[in-house]
Design a binder for this molecule. Structure first.
Ligand SMILES: *[C@@H]1O[C@H](CO)[C@@H](O)[C@H](O)[C@H]1NC(C)=O
Ligand SMILES: *[C@@H]1O[C@H](CO)[C@@H](O)[C@H](O)[C@H]1NC(C)=O
Ligand SMILES: *[C@@H]1O[C@H](CO)[C@@H](O)[C@H](O)[C@H]1NC(C)=O
Length: 493
């Protein structure tokens, strides 16, 4: 009880001085051309992020975060839950290699371990319901044994679908019936260990899932049809969703359980509502409230948040939708998408020291014919290995004519393959290389030039042999082929 109160007070203080205490972001690394860790860490620092959440104990990210002054949450992927649940010694090994080592030997300021990622998501069909809690308990036990019980807290990042409201209003909130007992056991456990409840809230997905969702209700600028809940009026779905959780916690005996928002954000491409303009409106609205120290009707002080996400990831699974690769407030290379005041009254600062491949593009040859029998399979081939999510209906390059569309696909493939010799010759004579930027003017559709990862590697460790590099690109290619298989299916279907 004492620890819970202490934590609540601390939380209140942090909330009130949010700007001093900074802002968190998610750093995902599912990209064909990931930015080097040191550049990403500099990007975070330049923009005032002082907390970061990683989806796994990525050695490159953790090394770069050493002695950076950035507080780190290390995630554990769902596919590791079963083995961590099976024995404490597996958890001890994980903590030793992935937490203790980085704290003691690399100076990484690890504050949290996030066990699993939305493990109780309805679409997972109970795949992780038996393992998440035992894994959490074993990781906690391992942290205590490693002497880190006080400094490193555990939690489980949960999707907002772990709670619901029958009444249609936040005050009716309770945990989902099928996992209610489990949720209460987990919250009791977190509470006993001074750990927070972590939830991901996505107004964009509410809009995406329901074509009748009132669009203004997704943002923070008021709505003509608010939700009235007794004496409280809700004008945005973020507040309503968050307060539904607060009600669920209250109802089950945890009125002052601290809540952290593990992910919140808005994508900029891959769907007609995934627009730059909307992303800016949503994120700026959210950040302004936090800067003002504004919380929700039920929790007046703002929660700690981790923006999703820092940078785009072009190799993420697009099972949830094409927008999945476009959540970054920065593009994959650390360039700025839109102006955003993160609460420090400064504009965003782009990544520095990024090396690019040559300024050349692979496009459809001027004399090539779209009726060519090889045309459809050439585009399919390109989009199987490269990211074509910007070509979909309502996306940034969705309005291209058929030739420009093919050019975009060919170029994406060419860039993804690092402009390697022969990469632009894969399209049955339908393509050529050009040095004139084919991106349409006055459009947000951009024909990418990828970053030069081999030059960055050389910067980071000058000794890498070319054999090593060859090996790396083969491993990468295999990885990408597997990842992209799902998008091929997607395109075919
Ligand atoms: C440390 O984390 C990485 C990344 O999730 C994982 O692959 C590895 O197995 C972990 N190490 C141990 C000893 O569990
Ligand atoms: C921030 O960016 C906006 C738009 O790009 C510009 O109008 C404004 O002058 C910039 N503000 C600062 C403080 O640099
Ligand atoms: C552009 O290519 C994509 C990917 O193959 C395809 O889904 C889309 O229908 C094409 N659009 C046009 C206008 O050809």
């Amino acid at each position: 009880m004492i620890s819970r109160c202490t934590f609540a007070v601390l939380f209140f203080v942090l909330g009130k001085h949010f700007l001093v205490n900074g802002l968190g972001c998610n750093w995902g690394t599912r990209a064909t051309h990931p930015l080097p860790g040191n550049i990403v860490v500099k990007l975070m620092k330049d923009n005032g992020f002082n907390k970061v959440k990683l989806f796994e104990a990525d050695p490159l990210a953790l090394r770069a975060l050493g002695r950076s002054g950035i507080q780190v949450m290390v995630g554990i992927p769902n596919d590791m839950l079963a083995s961590l649940a099976s024995s404490v010694s597996v958890a001890e090994e994980w903590v030793s290699r992935n937490v203790s080592y980085y704290i003691s030997n690399r100076g990484v300021d690890i504050r949290y371990v996030a066990v699993g990622n939305e493990p109780f998501l309805k679409t997972y069909n109970n795949q992780f319901t038996r393992t998440a809690f035992p894994a959490l308990q074993n990781v906690q036990a391992a942290l205590i044994k490693a002497g880190l019980g006080r400094d490193v807290k555990v939690t489980i990042p949960l999707n907002a679908d772990v709670y619901e409201t029958d009444a249609g209003v936040p005050s009716g909130g309770d945990f989902r019936a099928d996992i209610r007992d489990l949720m209460i056991s987990i919250i009791k456990f977190l509470d006993n260990n001074g750990a927070p409840f972590m939830v991901n809230i996505y107004p964009f997905l509410s809009l995406y899932a329901d074509s009748h969702f009132p669009i203004e209700y997704a943002f923070f600028d008021g709505t003509s049809s608010p939700v009235v809940d007794g004496s409280v009026t809700y004008t945005n779905v973020f507040d309503a969703n968050y307060d539904t959780l607060v009600s669920a916690l209250e109802k089950n005996g945890f009125p002052s359980m601290p809540i952290i928002i593990g992910e919140v954000g808005w994508p900029t491409d891959g769907d007609s509502n995934a627009k730059i303009e909307f992303a800016r409106k949503f994120n700026q609205g959210l950040l302004n409230r936090i800067s003002r120290g504004q919380g929700t009707p039920k929790r007046p002080s703002p929660p700690d948040i981790y923006i999703f996400s820092l940078i785009d990831e072009d190799a993420k699974s697009i099972e949830p939708g094409n927008f999945e690769r476009h959540w970054g407030i920065f593009y994959y290379d650390g360039t700025i998408k839109y102006p955003l005041n993160l609460g420090n009254n400064r504009n965003l600062t782009a990544a520095k020291g990024v090396h690019y491949l040559a300024r050349q593009w692979c496009i459809m040859a001027p004399d090539a014919n779209t009726m060519d029998p090889n045309f459809p399979q050439s585009i399919n081939f390109a989009c199987t290995y490269a990211d074509c999510t910007s070509l979909g209906y309502g996306s940034s390059c969705g309005g291209l004519d058929i030739k420009s569309n093919a050019s975009y696909a060919f170029n994406m493939y060419y860039q993804t393959m690092n402009q390697q010799k022969g990469a632009c010759d894969q399209f049955h004579g339908l393509s050529v290389i050009t040095r004139i930027d084919p991106s349409p003017r006055a459009s947000s559709c951009k024909y990418e030039i990828m970053i030069d990862t081999s030059r960055h590697e050389k910067d980071e460790n000058p000794g890498t042999s070319s054999a090593g590099k060859m090996h790396n690109s083969l491993v990468f290619l295999a990885f990408f082929v597997i990842l992209e298989f799902s998008s091929l299916l997607f395109l075919i279907l």
